[in-house]
Design a protein around this ligand. Structure first.
Ligand SMILES: O=C[C@H](O)COP(=O)(O)O
Length: 329
């Protein structure tokens, strides 16, 4: 296996950030998505392309570098966050890496994602690793706390050491077509983030139409988002392939018009290694290999790593072990 040749996507520090642009209502009017066409295209992704057996371990290791290892639960505690960070330091058991011939590789998730209250805990637990902490800091998951409070939350998370801020949008702005209000809020969040990267969560399962998803994506990118993200993980419908297509195609269009590369983060309900590989195939087909890097692609996922480690072990030994061998937290 040629694992050593696989670029495990070190963070790209030369990447040009999105400076933000004016809200272009003329462009907004051109945006249309056809749900059935998206569904047809989405249904071909997992079937036409499957990763060949000998490449699977390399792809799975690469998938790990895209994970925002996440815990966003009401019963989160410092202890749980510390255990999650320990997992981020060593996402795959050393004997599995050794068996795969990958023991020399640095494989770490893209970030650890927590509520604001645990940013400091995570920053301390990840010291020396270079793994950034992402915070959901804006009245997550509804995003309906007072606007000023949310801005203060963002500033507090950045001050505590978060390098990425995942911000939920107010869905009613989209449902009412109030693009200016959405734009103004996102612009203010971007400003509050400073050097930290802004990831905007659309809550796509609550936006009613694919055209709304696409328009909300464009507004967030125009306002200066570094990433657009599907879901909080708390909506009834979370990341899926057809919605991903709507967002990815807007990323492509935005890049064609502005030259700026925006990251994509499907989140919520992605828990199987096989699904992760399908999302990666989708990115490769629609945006090309360049987008398969941690500064342009992430999975928001709480349990995906467990399944990936299981599959890697199977790949290395031909056997599956029980889930408790790969405890998450
Ligand atoms: O952004 C991440 C999501 O909250 C994680 O969702 P999940 O628990 O379904 O993987």
């Amino acid at each position: 296996m040629t694992l050593k040749a696989v670029d495990l996507g070190a963070h790209n520090h030369n990447h040009q950030r999105n400076p933000g642009f004016d809200l272009d209502l003329g462009w907004m009017r051109q945006v249309r998505m056809n749900r059935s066409a998206l569904e047809r295209r989405a249904s071909t992704i997992g079937t036409r392309r499957s990763v060949k057996k000998q490449w699977q371990a390399a792809w799975l290791l690469r998938a790990i570098t895209f994970i925002d290892l996440t815990t966003l639960n009401g019963d989160d505690s410092a202890g749980r966050v510390e255990r999650l960070c320990a997992k981020a330091r060593q996402p795959v058991r050393p004997e599995i890496l050794k068996a795969l011939g990958a023991d020399g590789l640095k494989v770490n998730p893209g970030a650890v994602c927590v509520y604001h209250n645990f940013v400091e805990t995570a920053v301390n637990a990840l010291k020396g690793t270079g793994i950034p902490v992402a915070a959901v800091s804006t009245g997550f998951p509804a995003g309906l706390t007072p606007f000023e409070t949310r801005i203060k939350e963002v500033e507090a998370s950045v001050a505590a050491g978060a390098k990425e801020i995942d911000v939920v949008i107010e869905r009613h702005h989209v449902l009412n077509g109030d693009w200016q209000a959405l734009y103004d809020q996102m612009k203010a969040f971007r400003e509050a983030c400073g050097e930290a990267h802004l990831k905007t969560i659309l809550g796509t399962g609550e936006l009613a139409t694919q055209t709304n998803v696409a328009k909300a994506s464009l507004v967030c990118m125009l306002a200066g988002a570094d990433f657009i993200k599907t879901s909080t993980g708390k909506e009834k419908v979370n990341a899926d392939l057809q919605t991903s297509l709507s967002m990815i195609r807007m990323i492509r269009w935005f890049h064609e018009e502005t030259g700026i590369e925006i990251g994509y983060k499907p989140a919520g309900g992605i828990s199987k290694a096989k699904d992760a590989l399908t999302f990666m195939a989708l990115m490769k087909e629609e945006l090309g290999d360049n987008w398969l890097q941690p500064h342009l692609f992430r999975f928001g996922a709480s349990s995906l790593l467990t399944d990936i480690e299981r599959q890697l072990e199977h790949n290395a030994t031909g056997r599956y072990s029980a889930d408790y061998r790969q405890p998450m937290v």
